[in-house]
Design a protein around this ligand. Structure first.
Ligand code: AMP
Length: 399
């Protein structure tokens, strides 16, 4: 059974076509600059070199039509006919408090996603555009939506209520939601599988560290706390996002800069590794500059290491211990020096990594020493596969 997985941004669209029998990616690609001059598609059929084509994509519908055409193209395609497609799975950033798991799209579900637009004004409308375009182009085929927030809906109120007047929660649902849920859920489950343990018996801290980063406490297989909040700037330092910050600083910035948009740019686009180092938002560049003696690059790197340590230890305290720490995403999967720095001096809480085992990138590996009380692992994330699995499950149940 073949599932199309879509991740639509405001001007981009990522896709993968997955054969669920054996879970193989048959083709994948990216459409960029939708609605902007110079739009293009990069398409890769598994086993072939990528092809890039410039073409006008004024709308998401035009982009999706093109993607479907290329999927049945005699040379670059992988399908004989679009009838071979079983269903489409869509990544939706925000499900608010309404969506606690992936669901088949119905008119009610569409309405529900629209209702949470005020919580994700940039992301949900873009996700919805992709969804509506597929419904238009492939009528009659099931669509399933998978939410970034859903996995965290198990958090207890003490983990999601902010210390501001309660009416902001009651009236406008201002609270911690958490994101990257598909990834945290996947790597936590995968870690338990690799260890041959029941996830319900494990206390796990999952560290999704990439351009955007978040850390989650998983107990009994459920999220009980996460570092992302109402939005995606809270938590550890990120590529360009500031991480935890005293609200007084926001008030100071508001007074200095005058508009919410300017303040937002400081903390979302100009902060993080980039803002502190003045070098780059990419950890590899920051690491290289730090090694060459750049003090601000070293400072940015140290702030991130410190932040990750603080969340791991804090979440361990919250759960009454930790059995497994999982590293994933770009930095978590590839940052050998970074992982070592995070785990250094953590023996007091049973974390001890093995330098040789830690010398790995992008593959499932246990990197802790045999006598480490806490198992430390690298588990590459695979959000598209989770979306495809959920899509197959929800679409099959509905048939
Ligand atoms: P992602 O958003 O998951 O694609 O992750 C992007 C981040 O991963 C960037 O900050 C990269 O610098 C970082 N990254 C990728 N490879 C490495 C590496 N070998 N060492 C350290 N960081 C890396």
């Amino acid at each position: 059974m073949k599932i199309l997985v879509l991740n639509c941004g405001s001007s981009s669209l990522k896709y993968q076509l997955i054969e669920m029998d054996g879970e193989k990616v048959m083709a994948k690609g990216l459409v960029e600059r939708i609605g902007i001059e110079g739009s293009r598609i990069k398409h890769t059929k598994t086993g072939m070199d990528a092809v890039t084509r410039e073409a006008p994509f004024p709308t998401h519908t035009a982009a999706i039509k093109y993607v479907l055409d290329i999927l049945v193209d005699p040379e670059y395609g992988v399908l004989k006919d679009l009838d071979e497609l079983y269903a489409t799975g869509h990544r939706i950033v925000h499900g608010g408090e309404k969506f606690t798991k992936s669901v088949l799209v119905t008119p009610d579900v569409l309405k529900g996603i629209e209702e949470v637009i005020p919580l994700a004004p940039l992301h949900n409308p873009a996700n919805l555009q992709g969804l509506k375009a597929v419904m238009e182009v492939l009528p009659g085929k099931p669509n399933v939506v998978v939410f970034d927030t859903a996995f965290h809906q198990t958090m207890p109120p003490k983990a999601y209520i902010y210390g501001i007047p309660y009416e902001h929660y009651e009236k406008n649902r201002v609270r911690r939601y958490g994101f990257h849920g598909t990834s945290h859920g996947y790597v936590a489950r995968r870690a338990a599988e690799i260890l041959g343990r029941d996830i319900k018996d494990l206390k796990i801290v999952t560290c999704h560290l990439g351009n955007g980063s978040s850390i989650t406490a998983v107990k009994d297989g459920m999220s009980v706390g996460t570092s992302f909040g109402y939005g995606t700037a809270e938590g550890v330092l990120m590529g360009t996002r500031c991480g935890d910050i005293d609200p007084s600083v926001m008030i100071y910035l508001m007074e200095q800069l005058g508009t919410p948009q300017k303040v937002s740019d400081e903390v979302h686009k100009k902060g993080g590794l980039l803002g502190v180092s003045g070098i780059s938002s990419d950890l590899r560049d920051v690491e290289e500059a730090a090694e060459k003696g750049c003090e601000r690059a070293r400072l940015a790197w140290d702030i991130l290491v410190d932040g990750v340590k603080k969340y791991i230890a804090g979440f361990a305290a919250k759960m009454g211990g930790v059995d497994v720490v999982v590293f994933t995403a770009g930095i978590g999967e590839n940052g050998i020096t970074f992982r070592k720095a995070v785990c250094d001096n953590m023996e007091f809480m049973g974390v001890k990594i093995d330098a040789k085992k830690n010398d790995c990138r992008g593959k499932e590996t246990i990197i802790s020493a045999p006598d480490s009380k806490v198992t430390v692992m690298v588990v590459p994330t695979d959000e598209e596969m989770v979306i495809a699995r959920d899509t197959l499950k929800c679409a099959s149940e509905a048939k």
